[in-house]
Design a binder for this molecule. Structure first.
Ligand SMILES: [Zn+2]
Ligand SMILES: [Zn+2]
Length: 610
């Protein structure tokens, strides 16, 4: 069940960020030490809370002094050093680190010289010329900062939270609330559940009879930085990482209706309410209920938007639900069924045709995590940036039930991280031996190639033909014109040995937008050659995006869902790629790693000969 690993890793991550700000450098020894410990704790197979300080100090990546801090957190719920740094550097300064081009050192200077401690302060200082006037910064820096803030939508009121912040937070909060006595069910709702790329605030729903006790437990969580408001069933807080979370405690009996209501989208919910009215029913966050004769229900278009941070829970219908005969409320399935619909996946609920498709039973069969039988983009510590041995990565894949694994360490053109020909041949022998010895998983020996600016790849054609699985990805030259970018990616798609294109646009959410492509040409070439397009599970990439997936699905592109794991625990990230594929409406049978091993191997052969 829920262990403390994610929570402790989060605290260590915050220590790293605050230390970076405090010491003015991301390279500071202590910053790196906290980051290493964060990853080590996140990757533990057992519960961090069960380990003594000396056992912790024995874990690779955790030193003695951090081991003591971890025990301090497990025993007392906080770390003195963390509290000290929090007091010194308010949450707004952590937010400033998200602005590209703004490092810890500059953030320190801005505070010291201008008193700038958050985004609003920064924007004001840009607008009134104080940034441009600072020695060492100047007009150009001020312009770049302004553009970065605009591009990322980092305006103060409308700050959108990226999924790489929201999903881990949502999962930690759900795990923490599940452990509270008297809690029957917990789920996160809203746009995080729909897997929108950025979200406004985070809705967490708890089914329990004693709302007061649940609220008290929630407010005692270490993540809560500030209480914005707390009532009988709704409590709003700001977390340490600057996200607004709305906790709603609902009676267990109406959990399904509440989950449906607060998941949204608004457009999807309006359609459902209209559907209810046609059947003489009314739908709100408590229940789907029968309207008494002659009652004129509230206009469903006036209902609340679950994504709106100031949603009031009583706005859906102006009828007291307690007087009505309940038709369905316990589960989402019950509510949909009473509206003559099958359950609709949360990621699909945008009123983009999903209701019509569900009604006509023409909707795609969407993928689930259980459908995936392998992972096809994975690094070991043979790559300069890999953090687990080849043997541990393979064992981790077997632990997760995989029938096959694509081992794709970086190829030689990626300086620092890549592997030479000799190294690759050596690794291939080790992989073959390991596969033989284990006998429980098919390991495809592969590589992650670098698509050069001219479309060239690492090694040569004969060498490439000896690999069993090749992912080709863009890792450089992100700002060329669209025609050049399209040509280089097309060259990789058409290469006979390349089986998949990794993280298609090379974007890093919040950092760089990625390359511009003529998607028509790219997706058509993928269909023509059979080369798969990857759905990268890294929350900072989500590449291909849901929009590209939707377009590819319609054209008949074959996809693979791959973690791009650089450590064993990252093998768990498949669930994020699954959510993105579902958001893109991708039919399960267009995802090659849902195929049983024999079918998968036959498919790979076709791609390589096609
Ligand atoms: Zn890559
Ligand atoms: Zn990779």
């Amino acid at each position: 069940m829920a262990n403390k690993n994610a929570e402790v890793a989060q605290a260590l991550g915050e220590l790293a960020t605050l230390t970076e700000i405090d010491e003015g450098s991301p390279q500071a020894f202590r910053v790196r030490a906290y980051q290493n410990a964060e990853r080590a704790v996140a990757g533990l197979s057992g519960d961090v809370a069960e380990l003594s300080a000396s056992q912790l100090a024995g874990v690779k990546g955790i030193g003695k002094s951090i081991a003591a801090k971890i025990r301090e957190y497990v025993d007392s719920g906080t770390i003195a050093k963390l509290d000290e740094l929090r007091a010194k550097h308010p949450p707004g300064k952590q937010e400033l680190l998200r602005v590209p081009g703004l490092g810890a050192k500059t953030i320190g200077l801005l505070d010291e010289l201008l008193g700038v401690r958050d985004l609003d302060g920064l924007k004001a200082a840009i607008d009134d010329g104080r940034i441009a006037g600072l020695p060492g910064l100047g007009e150009k820096t001020a312009d770049n900062l302004r553009r970065a803030i605009d591009q990322l939508g980092l305006s103060s009121k409308q700050t959108r939270v990226p999924l790489y912040v929201a999903v881990p937070l949502a999962e930690r909060l759900v795990a923490a609330m599940e452990a509270v006595a008297g809690v029957e069910q917990v789920a996160y709702a809203g746009s995080v559940r729909r897997f929108r790329e950025t979200i406004g605030d985070l809705d967490v729903l708890v089914a329990a009879d004693d709302a007061a006790a649940v609220t008290e437990a929630f407010l005692a969580l270490g993540e809560v930085a500030q209480v914005l408001g707390s009532g009988a069933t709704k409590t709003s807080v700001l977390t340490r990482d600057g996200v607004q979370v709305d906790l709603r405690v609902v009676p267990p009996v109406s959990f399904g209706a509440a989950l449906l209501y607060f998941t949204g989208s608004k457009a999807h919910n309006i359609r459902l309410r209209q559907r209810a009215l046609k059947r003489g029913l009314t739908l709100n966050e408590y229940a789907l209920a029968r309207l008494p004769d002659g009652v004129d229900p509230a206009d469903p278009d006036d209902a609340d938007d679950p994504d709106d941070s100031d949603t009031e829970v009583d706005g859906a219908a102006k009828i007291d639900h307690r007087d009505l005969e309940v038709v369905a409320q316990r589960t989402e399935q019950d509510v949909y069924a009473a509206l003559d619909l099958p359950w609709i996946a949360a990621e699909q609920r945008e009123d983009g045709g999903e209701i019509e498709a569900a009604e006509a039973e023409t909707g795609p069969t969407l993928v689930t995590r259980e459908d995936l039988r392998g992972d096809l983009h994975d690094h070991s510590d043979w790559s300069g940036d890999g953090r687990a041995s080849l043997e541990d990565m393979v064992a981790g894949a077997v632990d997760r039930g995989h029938e096959y694994l694509g081992l794709t360490d970086h190829a030689e053109n990626l300086r620092i991280n890549g592997i030479s020909r000799e190294g690759m041949l050596h690794q291939r022998r080790i992989v073959r031996d390991l596969e033989q010895q284990r006998g429980d998983i098919r390991i495809l020996h592969g590589a992650e190639l670098n698509i050069g600016v001219d479309g060239s790849l690492d090694y040569d054609a004969d060498f490439l033909a000896q690999y069993e699985w090749l992912v080709a990805s863009v890792h450089s030259h992100f700002t060329r014109p669209v025609a050049e970018q399209t040509a280089r990616v097309l060259a990789a798609i058409r290469h006979p040995s390349v089986t998949a294109i990794g993280h298609l646009h090379g974007r890093m959410i919040g950092k760089r937008p990625g390359i511009e492509l003529d998607l028509d040409k790219v997706l058509d070439a993928a269909v023509e050659t059979g080369t798969a397009i990857e759905i990268n599970c890294n929350l900072r990439r989500l590449d291909a995006s849901a929009e590209v997936i939707r377009e590819g699905a319609a054209r008949g592109v074959t996809f693979v869902i791959s973690t791009d794991a650089h450590a064993v625990d990252e093998l768990d990230n498949l669930r994020h790629g699954v959510a993105n594929a579902r958001r893109g409406g991708l039919p399960r049978d267009q995802i090659a790693n849902t195929f049983p091993r024999g079918q998968f191997e036959a498919w790979v052969e076709r791609v390589r000969s096609g």
